[in-house]
Design a binder for this molecule. Structure first.
Ligand SMILES: [Zn+2]
Length: 352
């Protein structure tokens, strides 16, 4: 109901010319919109996680809208520099993708090239060296595929009784059990991949087929080198998609991530995005010591010159967002109407 009212309000504001007025205002001119994307579906991932995935067709519509509204799409580093020197062009936007999945390479990258827009990919690197699906995501996806059934044999997956897969809570319990089991038994990446394969067999799914489609995998070294050569800006997202609470371990995650990106592209990464949008106040100082100059969150808002450079808000776009909402954010109206800046923090990718 609240959403219906919100959409109706946006529609009447658009018709009354408020979108256009705000889009051309000095207020909007002083602010930068950073768009955040995660995955572009290879198959039906947007039906599984509408808050993270969208079909390629919808990304195409978003890029059309950016063009139709004459937005100035800038590389992230340039956009932040011009924000601080008060030199932003009208309706400035920077586009970012989190994680650097294979579906980015297969689905988003050709579209982004077609529309000729600069893009930053916050690349997590552990799974880029290991061509296998991200463990907790593939488990969650496979359980969702079997949402009309039950998982009967649960003991080898760390649970004691059958689980109804028809509910999000039931599926989450199995994923949690699998993550706990792999931590308890200290499984490495290969062993976790085998465990996911056994879950697939138990559910009657073809794990080899998922692997062949590269579903829920990251870009490999060759693909990363290719996109890096062709203008995609690869930046930091931690090596194992985690932000340890202890300084030395946190900084190791950044350093290892940066080393991998440098080896692949020959360039020095200096911008960071918090994995899963999770941050703590001491992280800013640790990032500064690692010579990182900016960090983005999943909190919602336009970036203002006075914002803390280590807490930059973004607009998280996915198939759960309507074209009207997207347009409202390009204009700036979406930000004016946003009641809550902090996003609910959630897990997306796991550690290794
Ligand atoms: Zn991430």
């Amino acid at each position: 109901m609240r959403r219906k009212i919100k959409l109706a309000t946006l529609e009447s504001l658009r018709r009354a010319g408020v979108f256009e007025f705000v889009a051309n205002s000095l207020w909007r001119r002083k602010r930068l919109l950073i768009l955040c994307y995660h995955g572009i579906s290879l198959d039906d991932e947007h039906l599984w996680r509408p808050q993270l995935y969208m079909p390629a067709e919808l990304l195409g519509k978003r890029l059309e809208m950016l063009r139709a509204m004459c937005c100035s799409v800038l590389p992230l580093g340039e956009a932040l520099a011009r924000l601080h020197s008060r030199d932003l062009p009208p309706r400035s936007v920077a586009i970012t993708f989190d994680d650097g999945t294979y579906d980015f390479y297969k689905q988003a990258y050709p579209l982004l090239r077609k529309y000729d827009v600069p893009v930053t990919v916050y690349q997590t690197t552990y799974y880029a060296d290991h061509e296998m699906p991200v463990f907790n995501l593939i488990c969650s996806y496979m359980l969702w595929k079997r949402r009309d059934g039950q998982l009967v044999e649960t003991r080898e997956f760390g649970l004691s009784e059958p689980v109804d897969l028809g509910t999000e809570a039931g599926r989450h319990r199995v994923v949690r059990g699998l993550i706990d089991l792999s931590a308890r038994e200290n499984l490495n990446g290969q062993q976790k991949n085998e465990l996911a394969g056994r879950l697939a067999a138990n559910l009657g799914l073809d794990y080899a087929q998922f692997a062949a489609e590269r579903i829920l995998q990251l870009m490999n070294a060759q693909e990363l080198a290719e996109v890096g050569r062709n203008g995609i800006d690869l930046q930091l997202h931690s090596h194992r998609h985690r932000t340890p609470d202890e300084e030395a371990a946190f900084r190791r995650e950044i350093a290892e991530n940066r080393d991998r990106i440098r080896a692949l592209t020959g360039r020095e990464a200096i911008h960071f995005c918090y994995p899963s949008g999770v941050y703590r106040k001491e992280f800013a100082g640790w990032l500064e010591k690692e010579a990182v100059v900016s960090a983005t969150t999943c909190d919602v808002g336009l970036v203002d010159r006075r914002d803390n450079p280590y807490l930059l808000p973004r607009f998280v776009d996915a198939s759960g967002r309507s074209q009207l909402e997207f347009e409202s954010w390009l204009s700036g109206v979406g930000s004016l109407l946003a009641l809550r800046r902090a996003a609910p923090q959630r897990y997306t990718l796991p550690d290794d």
